[in-house]
Ligand binder design. Sequence first.
Ligand code: ZN
Length: 310
Amino acid sequence: MSGIHHVTAIAGNAARNLDFYTRTLGLRFVKKTVNFDDPGTYHFYYGDEAGSPGTILTFFPWEHAGAGRAGVGLTQETAFRVPAAAIGYWTHRLIEKGVAVDAPARRFGEPVLEFADPDGLRLALIGVAGAEAEAAWSANGIPAEHAIRGFHGVTLMLDQAAPTGAILTDVLGFTEAGRDGVWVRYRADAAAGGFLDIREAKGFLRGGMGRGSVHHVAFRAVDDAAQAAMAQKLSENHRVAVTEQKDRQYFRSVYFREPGGVLFEIATDEPGFTIDEPLATLGGALKLPPFLEEHRAELESVLPVLEGAA
Ligand code: ZN
């Protein structure tokens, strides 16, 4: 299966982030851990029941992060899939929760509802015909028929689509699937996280990473061998430098900067989020990788308290 594995973004206040994604959008909190490269800060993972690839949105909540600025070289929008008939339900729900929604629009023939999270991260719900037949995690009063079914995809704002498109199609398992005005669409074979759109915006200001920005987009590799083959193709066919593999506990990752400036990751589907706690209680306790377990008391004393949050 090819497509988006996860999307990682920068948030401000941790408790507010947890509240929005679980109570307003109804995602499952599948892992509470720390940023392995900066363990005094959290790393939150949201997704479907199991945190399946293609459903996982993750955050680095950095309380004092300055606001990001949208622009070229960054992800413009992260979109979730909902059943086509659920767009009306979500319009009412978001307004009722105090979330400002843009006027309903259509993109590539599908209804789109655009809004932002409390840190300004641009999000959308896209109504997909037939999505109601797929299993959904349903919580916080959201009926299963309307619940989010993982990612639709992300939109990158880039000077030009072609150099990034070449990597999407040659290495990451996507094919070019259409154009709609300034949008170029690439499609992979996974239902969840199967779309990557590039909005060509030559001459726009470059974006600035900060609170409300996507930090990186991760793509799927079934296992280490597939990931190694993709890394080799990147360096041989595209002269792109790839990092060494890093063990992220729930998947194993390599990273590279794509030609348009966005940080990409290739993450393995295995082993997944049940490696250190049971499916039924995912997200319930602070989980630490073995190399940080001896520092648990110290870390727990510096991490923000998540009062009353999910
Ligand atoms: Zn990542």
